[in-house]
Design a protein around this ligand. Sequence first.
Ligand code: DGL
Length: 266
Amino acid sequence: MMDFARPPIGVFDSGVGGLTVLQEIRKRLPGEDYLYLGDTARLPYGSKSPATVQRYALNAARHLVDRGVKLLVVACNTASSYALDEVAAACPVPVIGVVEPGVRAALAASVRRIGVIGTEGTVRSEAYQRALRRADPKVTVEAAACPLFVPLAEEGWGDHPVTDLVAEHYLRPLLDRGIEALILGCTHYPLLRPSLERVVGREVRLIDSATSVAASVVADYGGMMDTWYGEEGDVHLQFSDASDRFLGITRRILGRDPEHLEVVDI
Ligand code: DGL
């Protein structure tokens, strides 16, 4: 059972992709303790209905709140798209999702034509499309669901000819419509960066939701964080299922074996 010296930051994703978000937050706030929950038993969220994603996300959020997190980061784009309001209403701590930070980062790049890619759920929810148009009615948004990207990322094919081919198929219509920036609206997509960069070329800026949410955590909540005295905080990982497959991907993202890992029945 985990033991923290002070309340941790909670990070939640449907699986292991959210570790890309955790890594980015940790780079900026290394002295904090972290409790990461990957709902690997219920993954994927991206192909589920809104009601199911909301139920799963609420369940995961309650689990983390019960373990004393002081801030909850919903790293999963699908859960942020379908369930952020419900989670925020149910939690007594600040809740931050990935959609608004991604939108802010895209608009900060002063572009007019913005592409968004994500799971079927994220794209169908129109959460990014609405948030972009609300923030700047003059932007044009082109969105595409890329369901094969998650398995490709999990396969470790982030720099692979097959991924180039699939990316070309999904992204060509957006590129033909002249997008200037592309929001990677899924936790897994930063793992595909080498292939994605090759396909979109230098002219299109990739907006990574992992870095933009980490920047927002610091900007919006940095004041409630502990002063850093030079010692790294603890990172505890909890998964609702821990198959060898997920553990392998976890190692790949973290670049090492996780120190504290627990399987939880949520
Ligand atoms: N974590 C999900 C997301 O960011 C991708 C994986 C899934 O479909 O559950 O949308």
